[in-house]
Design a protein around this ligand. Structure first.
Ligand code: 13P
Length: 239
């Protein structure tokens, strides 16, 4: 398993349902991976094997994994299949999957266990909706998500948490820097086990705000959607 502690920051590009071979080639040719940081590209699964990871500190991640390990489950990809294809990371419980594909904390936990059994690193996404934030439920929602979706076998060496406020995804809105830092601190203080977890921030990260976000004490990197599709922009973020 990759030694996460060697990296000062982790940047994960979530391409969601975007990309094609031409895009991939141009992107890879221009991508400039920095030596202190871990960079992970999560393309749609059919392109996972097309990302060449022969640049140092560059890894591939899947956007999802099956709840099941094998059997009659049309359309699914298991953790062992991802592992066999050299994939090291996998997003789990992204809010789009929770919202559009009805993923629950309970199914997310099983997915994490499947990945950990294969020595892959789950990136567990948590975050509150705008309504929950306005009703001052952020802490309660995040703690429930942590408690129910992160398995006991997860630790700071084999798992990552990504805090993505749902209302900040793709909207251009972000919490204030103070809010981001204090939510990350809250997550790390959930209990002693989480103290040294890598906690990434996601939601409208761009080249213009990434430096400020990343210099926050409790932020260990970013999970980037839209801005990761523009390689020049992504290069600036990870530099
Ligand atoms: P945006 O960076 O487009 O807001 O998306 C964030 C995200 O969902 C990454 O997983």
């Amino acid at each position: 398993m990759i030694n996460l502690s060697q990296y000062s920051a982790i940047f994960i590009a979530n391409w969601k349902l975007n990309g094609n071979f031409t895009f991939l080639k141009e992107y890879y040719d221009k991508l400039k991976v920095s030596s202190n940081n871990c960079t992970v590209i999560c393309p749609p699964s059919i392109y996972l094997n097309s990302i060449k990871t022969n640049k140092e500190n560059l890894y591939t991640g899947a956007q999802d994994v099956s709840f099941y390990n094998e059997g009659a489950y049309t359309g699914e990809l298991s953790a062992s299949m991802l592992k066999e294809n050299g994939i090291d990371f996998c997003l789990v419980g992204h809010s789009e999957r929770r919202q559009y594909f009805r993923e629950t904390n309970e199914s997310i936990k099983i997915k994490c266990e499947n990945l950990l059994r294969e020595n892959m690193i789950p990136v567990v996404c948590i975050g509150e909706t705008l309504e929950q934030k306005e009703n001052k439920l952020t802490e309660e929602i995040l703690f429930t998500q942590i408690k129910k979706s992160i398995p006991n076998i997860a630790n700071n060496k084999n798992s990552i948490i990504a805090y993505e406020p749902v209302w900040a995804i793709g909207t251009g809105l972000t919490p204030t820097l103070d809010e981001i830092n204090s939510v990350h601190e809250l997550i790390k203080n959930f209990n002693s086990k989480f103290k040294n977890f890598k906690v990434l921030y996601g939601g409208s990260v761009k080249s213009t705000n990434s430096k400020d976000i990343n210099s926050l004490k409790h932020v260990d990197g970013c999970l980037i959607g839209g801005a990761s599709l523009k390689v020049d922009e992504f290069n600036t973020i990870i530099s």
